[in-house]
Design a protein around this ligand. Structure first.
Ligand code: WTA
Length: 660
């Protein structure tokens, strides 16, 4: 944490004194109010009970809001019952909003589809019946491996409807990564597609599923959405076309109320070890905080807004702020399949103009990329419908924040920087638009009902103006309920560092007004373009290659992607000589990068792989990544006195100085 580079960046940040007070016209219509802070402070549990009852429809009301008697395993609203899919779809149709568009789908090739809440309901009911017919019962797990198409939303809601926890696996993950996630959750059904469109081309998904499922004894059926019409291999025993099954299925299905603590989904995320953690979320508390934060932080007025969150449903942002939050609130949203620069760099802004998007939520890395492309591109489009902008996934530097507000938001929209994690389930720290005076670069303060702090090594709250570790000191409704199949790891990872307090893994600093500035991870987790990657997981992937003896991975600061993966590898004997042959070194690096893509997914490919003779280790054998980060970031190497052999760093640097 006391890392020289981040201290320096932070000091620059804290000199940032621009402040943007709320516009009174915005405040007059805002969903969030200053009042919420007082209500939550007066009685937190009553506040959360009110949110749950106001925002959701319960088939059985609850009598106890929070049961923390088995901490850190929380129970929220435990004796209440509700169905998440009913809350996201049926009740809006019952309330007369069946004709409201739920999803404006935009395919990358330019095809579009508007799906109303009534149509969504029909699809979800049919899909629920298909899952039941495929042998899925309440409590069974379903893996979802789909591109950004409406069927992904339908599939998730169909699972929720029958109480089958879904495990969505990002479509960019490899067959191996998919296989290990299917195995960990013992998924009974996999929902996938022939492929999706990305960067102007169809890319396959089914081949990865075929590879994964061949070794997955738990899988009974594979439901395949037809998207690209590519040829796919077909296994008559398992494979079923989604559209045929849905058409044949009954359109009648009554949502079954679930216990509030019934598992809603598992979502795998990277931790500090090589094995991804299955983060478990349950129904009532998760949905309450998803709906509440989407309403007050994004200022959603479902009858008039068009909302767009550019995340992928494979990440938690897509779960909470594409599927559960906005749909529970009955919002109309855009769902876009592709990348921001296909077929041209104005694609996003064209979509905003066309659908008159009023709320836009994206990641800083995307904003920085658009800055690089230049403001002339967004300036060609009419973006005047926008009234709220949000940011998530990594710290947003003040320059990007100000550019976002000026160029995209026409100099008038609030920009909310929202801090949260897969584990927290929903937004924890953010300004409220219309309420908070905004400070570019700072996530600012906990949302009403949430209690966070910055503490020192001993767990004591630091004074304003000081830095330390970001923690959450009171349970919250959408908190993770554990790690799938590993309660000990849950306690150990999050609750053992400070007694009874949730350790987020991020470093942070409080400014003189008490605003929180999140600095980034203090553990072995990297953040590349807002994607969470584990250094250890990539190291294991590299070491599984026959030519690699040892590997160390660090996240080096990158102006666009936040961090970039840099790997240092020691080769095995034969490979060393081979790599020394002219031209062979480059081939080897390409081979290793592809190997990582195969093991984990293309997002984990190292930007840089450096072949070295030694790695810097402490006397106890721990790799000193701090020193490698200095090398990767072209900085003078820091203190080497704890190294077992202090000449190693000289060796590494000399090796790097050698012409390739
Ligand atoms: C980082 C994404 C600074 C942080 C929702 C956290 C942020 C990790 C912010 C979680 C933000 C997320 N400012 N850092 N506004 N939002 N992070 O699980 O390091 O993919 O711990 O959840 O992203 O990543 P995850």
């Amino acid at each position: 944490m006391a890392d020289a580079a981040s201290e320096e960046t932070l000091d620059n940040l804290l000199r940032e004194d621009r402040e943007f007070p709320p516009d009174p016209a915005f405040t007059a219509q805002a969903v969030g109010t200053a009042d919420l802070y007082d209500q939550a402070d007066a009685d937190r549990e009553t506040f959360w009970a009110d949110q749950a009852r106001e925002r959701l429809t319960w088939s059985t009301d609850f009598t106890q809001t929070l049961d923390w008697s088995e901490a850190p395993f929380a129970k929220w609203y435990a004796d209440g019952r509700l169905n998440a899919a009913y809350n996201c779809v049926d009740r809006h149709v019952e309330a007369g909003h069946g004709d409201r568009v739920a999803l404006h789908f935009v395919g990358e090739p330019g095809d579009t589809r508007d799906i109303t809440y009534a149509e969504l309901l029909d699809q979800v009911k049919r899909a629920a019946n298909v899952l039941l017919e495929s042998g899925v019962s309440k409590g069974d797990r379903v893996a979802i491996y789909l591109p950004m198409v409406p069927e992904a939303v339908v599939a998730m809601l169909a699972c929720a409807r029958i109480g089958a926890p879904h495990s969505v696996v990002f479509g960019g993950f490899s067959a191996d990564a998919l296989r290990s996630r299917i195995a960990d959750a013992e998924a009974k059904v996999v929902i996938t597609a022939d492929g999706g469109f990305r960067r102007g081309k169809p890319s396959g998904l089914k081949p990865a599923v075929d590879e994964a499922v061949a070794d997955s004894p738990s899988v009974l059926k594979v439901l395949v959405v037809k998207r690209t019409e590519q040829d796919v291999a077909w296994n008559d025993d398992k494979d079923v076309w989604w559209h045929e099954a849905l058409e044949a299925a009954s359109a009648e299905h009554t949502a079954e109320p679930m216990e509030a603590e019934h598992p809603l989904f598992i979502l795998y995320t990277s931790g500090t070890t090589g094995k991804p953690k299955g983060i478990l979320h349950t129904t009532g508390g998760y949905l309450t905080q998803a709906a509440y934060t989407n309403a007050v932080v994004h200022d959603v007025h479902p009858e008039s807004d068009v909302y767009w969150c550019s995340a992928d449903v494979g990440w938690v942002t897509g779960h909470t702020y594409i599927v559960y939050g906005p749909l529970a609130n009955g919002a109309t949203q855009v769902l876009y399949e592709g990348t921001p620069d296909t077929p041209h760099q104005g694609r996003w802004w064209e979509i905003i103009e066309k659908y008159k998007v009023s709320i836009f939520y994206t990641a800083p890395t995307a904003i920085r990329t658009c800055m690089k492309w230049g403001k002339d591109i967004p300036e060609k489009f009419d973006l005047s419908s926008l009234r709220v902008l949000g940011s998530v996934g990594e710290p947003i530097n003040p320059e990007a924040w100000v550019w976002y507000r000026q160029v995209i938001g026409g100099g008038k929209t609030p920009v909310v920087d929202t801090w949260w994690q897969t584990e927290t389930g929903a937004i924890m720290i953010s300004a409220l638009p219309g309420v908070t005076a905004l400070k570019p670069g700072s996530a600012q303060i906990a949302v009403p009902g949430i209690s966070v702090d910055v503490v020192d090594e001993q767990g004591n709250s630091v004074d304003n103006g000081h830095g330390g570790y970001l923690i959450i000191d009171k349970p919250w409704p959408s908190m993770l309920r554990g790690i799938w199949g590993d309660p000990e790891r849950f306690k150990e990872t999050y609750w053992s560092r400070f007694e009874g307090i949730y350790f987020a893994g991020d470093g942070a600093k409080k400014d003189e007004q008490g605003n929180i500035w999140v600095l980034g991870r203090v553990d072995d987790v990297m953040n590349v373009s807002g994607h969470r990657l584990s250094t250890t997981e990539i190291e294991s992937a590299l070491v599984s290659h026959p030519k690699v003896a040892e590997a160390a991975v660090v996240g080096a600061t990158d102006a666009t992607t936040g961090q970039a993966v840099c790997a240092f590898v020691i080769l095995r004997g034969d490979a060393v000589q081979e790599a020394d042959e002219p031209g062979e070194g480059e081939d080897l690096v390409a081979e290793l990068r592809n190997h990582v893509a195969k093991e984990i997914g293309a997002i984990a490919k190292p930007r840089q792989i450096l072949v070295v003779a030694e790695l810097p280790k402490t006397r106890s054998g721990k790799i000193m990544r701090r020193l490698l980060r200095d090398v990767a970031e072209n900085r003078e190497v820091g203190d080497v006195t704890t190294l077992a052999d202090s000449s190693v760093m000289d060796l590494i640097q000399q090796g790097l100085a050698k012409p390739a």
